[in-house]
Structure formats: C-alpha cells, structure tokens
Design a protein around this ligand. Structure first.
Ligand code: GLY
Length: 296
C-alpha cells in the first residue's frame, strides 16, 4: 500500500515549570524559532528525525532554555547534559547522558542512533564517541551562562525559575514520526545523575504505529512511570492524544505527585499536551500553516 501523507506537523516544548518573569517573552520567541526551523525542514521534504533534531538544536543554542548553552549546573557546579532521539519509522534510537563539553547533545544522540550500536552512551565514553564521529567538544565557558552560575552560587532550591528540558515531536510528509528531548537536568543534581531525557521510553519515544512523545519535569518520577511510553499506550488503546496526555500526567500526579509535562503527536498528526505545572511553553505548526500556535 502506498504511504499516506499527513504532515507536516511539529510540536515543540521548552520545559514545564515556573518561568522567571524576565524570561517569558524571550522563551516564547525561542519556541517560535524552534518550531519554525523544524517546519522549514519538513516543508522542504526533510524527515521527522531531521525536524526534531533541528528544533531541539535551536533551543540548545538559546541560553534561555535548560539545554545545551544555558543548562543548569549540578551540585559540583558543572554541566552534565542528557539527550535522546527516536525514529518512529524503524524504532532506531540514540541517547547520551552526563556529557560535559558538547554544545548540541541532540546531534550527538542522533549520531549514536545512526551508528546503530549501543543506544545510550554516557560520560567520557560519549565524549570519545563524539570525537570518533567528528563532533568537536566545546569549552565549558561556552555552555555555562552567568545566570546559571549565579543560580548555582546562591543555591536557591526554591527559586522563581525552575523550568527544565526542551523537546520536539514531528510527523513528516511520508507519515513517519520522531521525537527528541534535551536537558541540563535539575539544578544541584548529583554528579553522574542521568534523568529521563536520556532514557528511551521515559523522556522520549516514537513509534509510527503508536505516536511520538517528549516529556519534561521531574526525571525520577518520569522514569518510574516510563511516562512517554505509558502515554503512547493510552493512545494505542484508543484515546485521542489530548486525553492520552492528560491521563498520563494525571496518573503520574496521583501516584507520584511530581511536576511534569508532555507533548504528544499521533500518526494522524493530532496533537496532545498536558502539564501539572504553572507553565509549559509549547508551540506547534500543523499542515504548512506558517504561523506557529503558542501555548503557555
Ligand atoms: N526531565 C529532566 C530531568 O529530570 O533531568
């Protein structure tokens, strides 16, 4: 049977949580740029994988988001980045955890996926892999912003800015889905801690037969409920994407009580999103509509 064309559709999130007032507009602009960059690839015939990689890379390059440049610092004042990507066409997946000198972790995750060996590489081994595939390390000064250094220095665990993680899901013209997620993790996290954003099924999942999902929020809670895969199972059982997203977040809230958010896309290009936090900046573009729809 010939492949049906549905897309392109792309949805992007910039993390669930409470945003400092001075960052609200900056982050809206960043989300808008990310979803637009992803759509441009899809419109030009690019794949869903290329689109989610480009959207997440855009947010990693934007210091207003907790991913790549601008990521939060761990207990030792260092950056340790997690990211993952998945291709719904063939269930190919790649992830990296606790990398310290990679400007665009989503690109490294994609390289891991394309290599077709291990799905998850962490720490020094991930750095060695990056060198082997020609992804150069950057200085930590490129990644650590003054804002994040100041947050770490004051050690305010209950501060006004606690958002984390960026992600994207996309459906391309050939009907294939993909998802990607990238994060600096949690402020003051334990060195070596790897969160849901590096774990397939937890922070990221994509399967053409089910849908695509990217999560944000408390990584430990997301891991315990394998939130991305759980939400896609609700989809597969017949719920629409919005209901599936809400049910997944509701179940996590009831059973674990942590702050999370999720974006979903089904194989027909229908969108779902849910959060139990004050804010989760999201944007989507459906079917070549050039104007992004923005959600807080
Ligand atoms: N969701 C990001 C993290 O907990 O690392």
């Amino acid at each position: 049977m010939a492949a049906r064309s549905f897309g392109p559709v792309i949805v992007v999130h910039g993390g669930a949580g409470k945003v400092a007032p001075d960052l609200v507009e900056v982050r809206r602009a960043g989300i808008r740029a990310a979803v637009t960059n992803g759509l441009q690839l899809l419109t030009a015939g690019g794949s869903a994988v290329e689109a989610v990689e480009q959207a997440v890379k855009t947010l990693e390059d934007d210091p207003a988001f907790n991913a790549g440049r601008g990521a939060c610092l761990n207990r030792d004042g260092e950056i340790e980045l997690d990211a993952s990507i998945m291709d719904g066409r063939n269930l190919a997946a790649g992830a990296i955890g606790a990398v310290k000198r990679i400007a665009n972790p989503v690109m490294l995750a994609r390289a891991v996926m394309e290599a077709g060996g291990p799905v998850l590489l962490v720490g020094e081994g991930a750095g060695q892999f990056a060198a082997a595939v020609g992804i150069a390390e950057c200085g930590v000064d490129v990644l650590i912003t003054k804002r994040q250094r100041a947050r770490w220095a004051t050690m305010r665990e209950d501060n006004a800015e606690s958002v984390g993680t960026v992600g994207a899901v996309a459906l391309d013209r050939t009907g294939h889905l993909a998802a990607a997620t990238s994060t600096g993790g949690l402020l003051l996290k334990a060195p070596g801690r790897v969160g849901d954003s590096a774990l397939i099924g937890c922070g990221t999942y994509a399967d053409d037969q089910r849908g695509a999902a990217s999560c944000t929020g408390d990584g430990e809670a997301i891991i315990k409920l394998a939130l991305a895969k759980t939400a896609l199972e609700f989809l597969q059982n017949g719920e629409d994407p919005m209901a599936a997203a809400r049910r997944a977040v509701g179940e996590l809230t009831a059973r674990i009580g942590a702050e999370v958010g999720i974006i979903l896309l089904d194989r027909y290009g229908r969108i779902g999103m849910a959060r139990n936090t004050a804010q989760m900046a999201c944007a989507c573009i459906r079917n070549d509509n050039a104007d992004p729809e923005l959600f807080d």
